[in-house]
Design a protein around this ligand. Structure first.
Ligand code: ZN
Length: 287
């Protein structure tokens, strides 16, 4: 049975903290290095619902993609949302470890898992990490499809293969345009628009896209069609939990640790319902 420090060392080898963005807060948030670890839970968000699930499961370690605290705090009082998370973790001897932008940039990383969920063939990173001489690490991935398909069909595949959310998939651009190459980026991706344009792909799948950047992006690339596919943030990052759990499972086998590794299926996307608009009249004008 490994100690927490040994498991954390293995996780740090997969996702070294120094590869995280400078604004990020990754690594171990709660935990005693000497405590034994037998059960691990992977999830996207370190929210109370997930911590309660870890307690229920009897987990000793919770690994999340999103940080609990991104900035400093002066209180972990249980009267605050995050303080309550800290209290629940400590009271139940559960450690919390975060792998965020260091897992985004890893090979394989968050966008590899997203591409894998859609059966896309990864060609290279969208924004290569300048510190990687082999050019395999970096943000986002440029991928090829197994066969050309329409934007509408690609959106349907994403809706089918990613975990279900209220949002589903939104499309900007011509739904009938043909897609052969697609850039993908788990999480909020509109800061990568310039890189996507430069990559010359047919579509970009990401999350959290906003009106003005999306509208300016699709106008700027016209007349060449470049479609945007916008999924729920949580859904684009959840496939990484399965990838990361499989990686830790493999390490556990290799070391004879016999860890029980689980992935939370709880949907922690904040959006809980979606109402489709009524069909517009034949003029297409708002009614
Ligand atoms: Zn995220």
């Amino acid at each position: 049975m490994p100690r927490l420090s040994e498991v954390i060392t293995a996780l740090e080898n997969l996702w070294p903290a120094e590869r995280a963005e400078s604004w990020d807060a990754v690594g171990t948030v709660v935990g005693d290095p000497d405590q034994a670890v037998t059960r691990v839970l992977f999830a996207v968000d370190p929210v109370q619902e997930i911590v309660d699930e870890a307690v229920e499961l009897g987990a000793d370690l919770l690994v999340t993609h999103h940080p609990l605290y991104l900035r400093g705090t002066t209180t972990v009082a249980a009267s605050t949302f995050k303080g309550r998370v800290v209290h629940t973790l400590i009271k139940n001897d559960i450690a919390l470890h975060v792998a965020h932008t260091n897992a985004d940039k890893a090979d394989p990383g968050v966008s590899d898992a997203l591409a894998g969920a859609l059966d896309l063939r990864v060609v290279r990173p969208l924004v290569p990490d300048p510190n990687d001489p082999e050019g395999r690490r970096g943000l986002g991935r440029i991928c090829e499809l197994d066969h050309p398909m329409s934007v509408r069909e690609l959106a349907a595949r994403a809706a089918e293969r990613l975990p279900a959310t209220a949002q589903g998939i939104r499309v900007a651009g011509d739904p009938e345009a043909t897609v052969r190459t697609v850039a993908v980026s788990g999480g909020s991706g509109d800061s990568l628009f310039d890189d996507v344009r430069a990559a010359g792909v047919d579509a970009f799948l990401t999350a959290d896209l906003r009106h003005h950047p999306a509208s300016e992006f699709t106008a700027a690339v016209a007349p060449s069609p470049l479609a945007l596919l916008d999924a729920a943030h949580w859904a684009t990052e959840w496939p990484w939990c399965e990838l990361a759990a499989a990686q830790l499972d493999e390490i556990s086998d290799r070391n004879g640790w016999d860890l029980r590794v689980h992935v939370s299926k709880t949907v922690t996307d904040p959006w809980t319902a979606h109402a489709a608009s009524a069909p517009s009249d034949s003029s297409g004008a708002p009614n």
